[in-house]
Design a binder for this molecule. Structure first.
Ligand SMILES: *[C@@H]1O[C@H](CO)[C@@H](O)[C@H](O)[C@H]1NC(C)=O
Ligand SMILES: *[C@@H]1O[C@H](CO)[C@@H](O)[C@H](O)[C@H]1NC(C)=O
Ligand SMILES: *[C@@H]1O[C@H](CO)[C@@H](O)[C@H](O)[C@H]1NC(C)=O
Length: 343
């Protein structure tokens, strides 16, 4: 029986996945933290795509069974106005920062130098959170590429600024698996005639072509993180998860209410990045997107004041009671506010 027959048989009968896996591979590769992908690999050897992430590694089972997973589709008609959401505060110490831009094989990833600390607070945050990584997701076509959807529609890409709670945890790894660990600011990308100045630093031809292949890295200096933010103080927030394995449900998401722009040429350059090393075949990094996950009974809150004001979220109350920390009174106040309409 060929490998493909074994696979077809296994998938059809929906047998225990590991049995199938063992049968189809003469030498099963060691399960390791990098063994996952966004799409099928053309060259034969199996790498788990999003629907399999939670099945191939027991440490990742939240990817399958989690009830608060990300990304999600944001239905704007279901958003709740929360008058207690303060503006997001960005603290760069008024300094420009340096960092290294990487092709990780899955994303364009920018990490700041260790001595450059950028943190954010305010909004849904009780604690200050430090910037760990800026990650780009993008599509092979203009109508795909963002992980989150807005009323069922994707954008051409999504910038994710991943922060960890540096008040409670010593580093990102520690925070990622802990309550109130991560805050991810998400900014949609859209194609236009001119580009966002921060994106232009990353995506101009001279720079982006330095990281064409997996593991390529390039140093950037004089970056102003403030420039990546669009001109709006409006945002949408919900509680979710990391969008890559192990899918821990420790992330508060903040989606900015305006996109940032990049040029058609810059988008083209992104699509020319390879997931592979130079010696291997070219495989575009584009469509590095996890499909949307069920919202279940989570609340989507916003600081945009519109007519839904005061409406209660069905399951909000239990969650609010679990909030702990400095702003206990503040949280209690929110809880009371959301509850009165129901009395
Ligand atoms: C929200 O908008 C309503 C109607 O426009 C207004 O009466 C109310 O004061 C606003 N609330 C806040 C907190 O801005
Ligand atoms: C946030 O970062 C700045 C440096 O950019 C630092 O001075 C400040 O102490 C940090 N805030 C907290 C709460 O740690
Ligand atoms: C993160 O912090 C934990 C606990 O303090 C430590 O054991 C671990 O080695 C740290 N990891 C990294 C990558 O620094």
């Amino acid at each position: 029986m060929s490998l493909w027959h074994v696979w077809g048989f296994c998938l059809l009968l929906n047998l225990a996945w590991f049995v199938c896996f063992a049968a189809s591979q003469p030498n099963p590769p060691k399960i390791h933290e990098g063994w996952w992908a966004y799409k099928e690999v053309v060259q034969g050897s199996f790498v788990p795509v999003p629907s399999f992430w939670g099945l191939v590694n027991s440490a990742w089972n939240l990817c399958s069974v989690g009830k608060r997973q990300s990304p999600v589709n944001i239905e704007t008609s279901h958003m709740i106005f929360d008058p207690f959401l303060t503006p997001i505060k960005l603290n760069t110490g008024r300094r420009k920062v340096g960092g290294t831009m990487y092709n990780t094989g899955r994303h364009v990833s920018l990490r700041l130098d260790k001595e450059h600390l950028v943190n954010i607070s305010g909004g849904p945050m009780t604690y200050s959170h430090r910037l760990e990584e800026i990650r780009l997701h993008f599509g092979s076509e203009d109508i795909l590429g963002s992980e989150h959807l807005l009323n069922g529609q994707a954008f051409s890409g999504e910038v994710q600024l991943i922060h960890y709670n540096h008040e409670l945890y010593t580093n990102y790894t520690e925070a990622a698996k802990s309550p109130n660990g991560l805050v991810i600011v998400s900014i949609f990308m859209k194609i236009a005639e001119t580009s966002n100045s921060f994106l232009n630093r990353m995506l101009n031809r001279d720079t982006i072509t330095r990281i064409t292949y997996k593991n390529d890295a390039y140093l950037l200096n004089g970056l102003n993180i403030e420039e990546i933010y669009p001109e709006t103080s409006s945002f949408i927030t919900y509680d979710g998860s990391m969008t890559i394995p192990p899918c821990f449900e420790t992330a508060t998401w903040i989606l900015m209410n305006k996109p940032v722009y990049l040029t058609r040429m810059q988008m083209h350059s992104l699509r020319l990045l390879s997931q592979n090393q130079p010696s291997q075949i070219f495989l575009s990094m584009s469509d590095n997107v996890r499909p949307v996950q069920p919202l279940n009974n989570r609340c989507i809150r916003t600081n945009i004041n519109f007519s839904m004001q005061g409406k209660d979220c069905p399951n909000n109350r239990a969650q609010k009671l679990q909030y702990r920390g400095k702003n206990y009174f503040y949280r209690w106040l929110v809880w009371v506010t959301f509850s009165v309409s129901d009395i």
